[in-house]
Design a protein around this ligand. Sequence first.
Ligand code: HEC
Ligand code: HEC
Length: 270
Amino acid sequence: MQYADQMRGAIDQAAATPYTTDASYSIGTIPQDTPPLIEGQGVELVRTNCSVCHATTFISSQPPLPGSTWHDEVYKMKEKYGATFISDDSANKIIAYLSAHYTPETHKPGSTSEAPASSAVTAPLAVKPASKPSTATSAAPVASTVDGAKVYAANCASCHGAAGAGVPGAFPPLAGNTAIAGDGKYISDVLLYGLQGKIVAKGQPYNGVMPAWAAQLNDAQIAAVATHVRSTWGNKGSAVRASTVKTERSAPKTAAQILKERPQSDSGTK
Ligand code: HEC
Ligand code: HEC
């Protein structure tokens, strides 16, 4: 069968809006590029799982999101949009990847690869410039006493929450978490070298990836933030000394060693 000529254009199209000379037309900013995903641990899981339905530019062109929002976003894909094939384990690794690279604290606009770790090691105080609301003191010289609360807000709160409550199943709570008390070596190692593998914190299982901070934070900053989380939100751990962090830094540990070192006494009770 052939389409009759007269059929073409038989459906009336809406009349074009006539241009007038007294109106002003404008368009918003159009993204000029669609950056590829930042390389890093977990990127393959994102490529293989998230690109099943849509391009991963959904991630790279998205403004940075807090870790807990990424958690909700990934679970929305799983629970509402049918990405049921993504296991909780993969989802948590994907969330860890997204939190490590695409949060306001971690994402440097335009970056498509991880910042070289070596340059940051020797930096006196790696305060990330644009990512924090600027305060009058931000230009002040580095004081000898580091404010652990500020280090926490800038680097940790996006995953563990401003009040240390964590996100069940994704980021363990630090408030009321007995595993982080003790002599300060375990928490120093977690902060220096990261943590991955199965743990149970306050009765909830976790199997995610905690990023390493050895390259971004110096001994004083790690001691300050460790002391902060051990003494805030009702926690009653002792202060962690910079000298303890220094000792732990001089003896790098593997992920398995750190997991073994974790106090297993955490019964999950507060
Ligand atoms: C089963 C299909 C599917 C998979 C797999 C999937 N998504 Fe989506 N995603 C969707 C749909 C549908 C939308 C909504 C598209 C629209 O609004 O045009 C969406 C939208 C998004 C958005 C835009 C914001 C929003 O909420 O609409 C982001 C960000 C996103 N996805 C991230 C991810 C990430 C990260 C993964 C991997 C963990 C993933 N998606 C895997 C189906 C999927
Ligand atoms: C990208 C998200 C993310 C960021 C940012 C992050 N963490 Fe974590 N953290 C995790 C995850 C995930 C775990 C659990 C790892 C596992 O399941 O093995 C964890 C574990 C921990 C633990 C061990 C808890 C336990 O029960 O043994 C401590 C302590 C900790 N983080 C403190 C911090 C501090 C302090 C910062 C900031 C310097 C920080 N974290 C930044 C994701 C993060």
